[in-house]
Design a protein around this ligand. Structure first.
Ligand SMILES: C[S@@+](CC[C@H](N)C(=O)[O-])C[C@H]1O[C@@H](n2cnc3c(N)ncnc32)[C@H](O)[C@@H]1O
Length: 270
């Protein structure tokens, strides 16, 4: 596990080996990441004057991201609607100047997209896999986001415990997309959230079933009632569905069965 507060460089030769060599004729091109004209208005609304930066990230995903096996080749032509716009819409749920931890960032979704759309946020991208964090570090540097984004290599549970015996990571908002079912997500993400802060999980159409199944566990973990919001209404179609859970109570780690207390207070050694 490494804690990279400055999004340090993965220099030439420093990148772990990716998948086996690819036939150059099948390599994705920057063309695949071109913003489709029908999405241009939504992209301008969501990224404003950072649209060029979003386009640079789209290109990186569609080329390097595909070659290094971080996203599937079939995703390249869908990068804007399924990934960038879908994730950027969630920015409306995040308060000004908030600290944000994105758990299971993968290739930077939604964390890097939020950093691009919202320069007022401070983000930590939490991702355990070396190949992915190498890509993230390079992307953060290449896109000029080192002032507001850092990359933590490790699992959410390790970040919450305090990396290398240091301070635990925490943030006002913890985001996650396509990482785990709601019960596991809450157990990983609520400990990373400040009290009164919230988990914002991007979910699909079956979110109501997931909430029904896991609400009791979420409550036990100190979470409030899960609430569903639709983001980007009238901007993207379909809007992005998120479920939010406020960390209402700080619950300690699970303990074993309680021992019966002795009468008369603490026991004395004999
Ligand atoms: C299906 S990918 C989704 C990546 C990205 N969020 C997206 O939407 O494209 C799930 C990611 O979660 C990461 N992950 C799995 N368990 C994790 C944990 N306990 N803590 C942090 N990340 C985790 C995986 O390494 C993987 O990159």
């Amino acid at each position: 596990m490494t804690y990279d507060a400055t999004a340090g460089v993965s220099g030439p030769g420093g990148t772990p080996p990716g998948p086996s060599p690819v036939d150059p004729s099948t390599l994705p091109s920057a063309q695949d990441a071109a913003l489709p004209p029908e999405l241009a208005e939504a992209a301008r609304t969501l990224f404003g004057d950072r649209l060029d930066l979003a386009a640079a990230y789209a290109e990186l995903l569609a080329t390097d991201g595909v070659v290094r096996g971080l996203i599937g080749p079939r995703e390249a032509p869908r990068i804007w609607d399924r990934h960038l716009l879908n994730c950027a819409a969630v920015a409306e749920r995040i308060p000004d100047g908030a600290t944000v931890i994105d758990v299971g960032s993968g290739a930077g979704l939604p964390g890097l997209v939020l950093a691009i759309a919202r320069p007022d946020l401070h983000l930590t991208l939490v991702e355990p896999l070396a190949r992915r964090t190498a890509f993230l570090i390079e992307a953060v540097q290449g896109l000029g986001l080192t002032r507001t984004v850092r990359v933590f290599r490790g699992r959410a549970e390790e970040a919450a415990a305090g990396p290398g015996g240091g301070d635990p990571l925490s943030a006002d908002v913890v985001t996650a997309r396509a990482v785990a079912p709601l019960d596991r997500l809450a157990s990983w993400c609520l400990p990373l959230t400040v009290r009164g802060g919230r988990l914002v999980a991007l979910k699909g159409s079956s979110v109501a079933d997931e909430i029904a199944e896991h609400a009791a566990t979420v409550e036990r973990l100190g979470g409030g009632e899960p609430t569903v919001y639709r983001c980007g209404v009238d901007v993207i179609d379909p809007p992005t569905t998120v479920v939010e859970i406020v960390r209402e109570r700080v619950v300690g780690p699970a303990r074993g069965p309680r021992r019966a207390k002795r009468r008369g207070g603490r026991s004395r050694g004999r």
